[in-house]
Design a protein around this ligand. Structure first.
Ligand SMILES: [Zn+2]
Length: 111
């Protein structure tokens, strides 16, 4: 397992979240909504805001997980499951470098 590669992936993802799709597009949509009188336009506009809000919440969660993962890399505990202390499988880390728990604990959480 190459920690440096995971670190690069984490930093890249963090840059994507911070760089694009942030607060600005959401504010723009909301401004449009207040200016549009047409009901159909308003409905689709609201839907758009809802989706962007949802994305934003997800991004914030991922961002926090990325910060934690980067911190764990510094501490040398990266790739260790937060819940059971076992090593997280490499394919899972490659797919979701900011994951905190192994697949077994993740499945327990959602069960
Ligand atoms: Zn675990």
């Amino acid at each position: 397992m190459e920690t440096q590669e995971h670190k690069d992936a984490l930093l890249k993802k963090r840059g994507e979240i911070l760089g694009g799709g942030g607060i600005k597009p959401l504010q723009a949509s909301m401004e449009n909504n207040t200016r549009q009188g047409d009901m159909a336009d308003q409905a689709s506009g609201n839907n758009e805001v809802h989706i962007q809000l949802k994305l934003k919440q997800t991004d914030a969660k991922i961002l926090q997980a990325i910060e934690e993962a980067l911190w764990r890399i510094e501490k040398g505990t990266y790739g260790i499951c937060r819940d059971c202390g076992e090593e997280i499988a490499a394919p899972r880390l490659n797919a979701i470098p900011w994951t905190r728990v192994c697949i077994t604990c993740k499945e327990k959480q959602s069960a």
